[in-house]
Design a protein. Sequence first.
Lengths: 327, 327
Amino acid sequence: MTITAAADGSALGNPGPAGWAWYIDEARWAAGGWEHSTNNRGELQAVLELLEATARAGLADEPLRVLCDSQYVINSVTKWMPGWKRRGWKKSDGRPVLNRDQLEAIDRALAGRDVRFDWVKGHAGHEMNEAADQRAHGAALAIQAGRPAPAGPGLAPGGPKTSGAGGAETAAARPTGPRFVSVADAQTTDGAPRTPTRGARPSVRLVLDPASPVAVATARWLADVARLRDLDVHWTVTGTAPLPDDLRTLLGASARPAADTAPDRHDAPAGAATPALLVIGGRVFRGPVVDPAPTGRAAVRLWDALALLAGVPGFRAIERDDATARP
Amino acid sequence: MTITAAADGSALGNPGPAGWAWYIDEARWAAGGWEHSTNNRGELQAVLELLEATARAGLADEPLRVLCDSQYVINSVTKWMPGWKRRGWKKSDGRPVLNRDQLEAIDRALAGRDVRFDWVKGHAGHEMNEAADQRAHGAALAIQAGRPAPAGPGLAPGGPKTSGAGGAETAAARPTGPRFVSVADAQTTDGAPRTPTRGARPSVRLVLDPASPVAVATARWLADVARLRDLDVHWTVTGTAPLPDDLRTLLGASARPAADTAPDRHDAPAGAATPALLVIGGRVFRGPVVDPAPTGRAAVRLWDALALLAGVPGFRAIERDDATARP
RNA sequence: AGACACCUAGUAUC
DNA sequence: GATACTAGGTGTCT
């Protein structure tokens, strides 16, 4: 069976923090990057990593189709490489070919394999190209922010384990970290870890300061939305101010006093009265929304919206809990 | 004396119905537009019209300071134009510079004059920029609605007639219409009539159906905002469902039963649970806001926000009353 | 001279 | 979240 994969690179500022990614499907992709590199090195590395990963997985005998938006990469590998090898890696102007290390590595990895390269126009809506692009860009962004780039599940040696439809992320790919993940972190992480587990019902933990009128007003609204959207929200109340009666009723059993001793303030920037905003496909939502399709973009964006909510004075912390899965 | 003016452009849909405007003070401004153009052509036209108007008024010898939020315009005129003239109006990628007609006209109009361009961040509360923006946007809206754009007083050939400070809109310019203006109408009206009368305190009339949970939730929040922002809201309650006790307290004396006999339903589109959204200068508000400065954009946008609110099921009508003026 | 990719900045919107 | 209007650049090759 022919394997079809997309490969893409990204470099912020070019040159700058750079990323690469290849993508077969949601269960099989990889990404990485460097603190400083170029767009073309990212594109080349994506192809190289794809070739090596498929070989490691014992798929070197399978025909491979590589979707790539860089004519530089495709022409280098399929058209110009023979001439370069003949002429001692000199360009037409006599100067040395750049990125020779990666080009030679790709050449070696290609030996004896059936690989076809197809050009796809970038940013034109090709799904696999977009998926690779997002991951490469996300890796570059992560590295720019000083965080490690998410490596992705890679390619299991034997093909995807999941026989069921859309099995997706393996348990091994999901790190066993803290049960609660800061949404502030989630906002700047690339897409993949933000996606709720398939079948899981997202649960959100909010810390609410009743002394803040803005927070109280937002909480009222969020409680309604949560009920309408079947979103689990667990409230923690800080400070000494009493919760308004109607709000206590709305929040119900999920509201409980803070375990913290000190009601330390949320250090939101002054005047930050900006609550959540969520725009999906031109439709504007005033807050978190859980999409009917659990893998949809809306589900991912839930965490972004909550991260914005975290900027509301009076909300000291907002966390998510993906472990509240249900079959 | 140095003349300081703001210039701005607007294009609905971009490209789409477009407007331009320049603004010195309430007595000296002009606006116009086209049925179909781009944002950048609007920005350029505003500058060109300003240069021509000042020249026609015999003010070509006065130093002119142009406040502009488009780096495209400022860089084009002050930085890139020399290179373009040298290279035959070719961009760095070799393709022809766009909007060359307007750029050359501005270049001619600039000859021999003392003009300084200052960049101001758009939608950041700069008063003159906001004034120009409102007029340009209003011109585009008027043209979109098939009405002529208000041209403005222009620049009298001997200076402003108004000797008093901030003379502003004459009584003749204010139409004597119905006391209550539908906000749904106001949304598609051009900017000027939407601005509350200077010194007036806006008053809003809402018709609330307690049977709608979304409307009730929105009403709770709006009541809070109204109290914080000193906004007059008059509530009318429809239907037979009881108002929740806490909400009745919040709304207080301003809530009264509907005069209507039938509690006819608000025919919002199905699934339209999208409440108000307000973005000012990049800051996101969850609903109507009254700006401290009564001429600010926030005050104008109040009506837009309320128009959106009108799409909330359970709110049957939202009207404004500008006549509630107070000295 | 051409092609593709990668960006950076601002504005205008939906 | 998306697109369109505009410019400036680099990375790479033929």
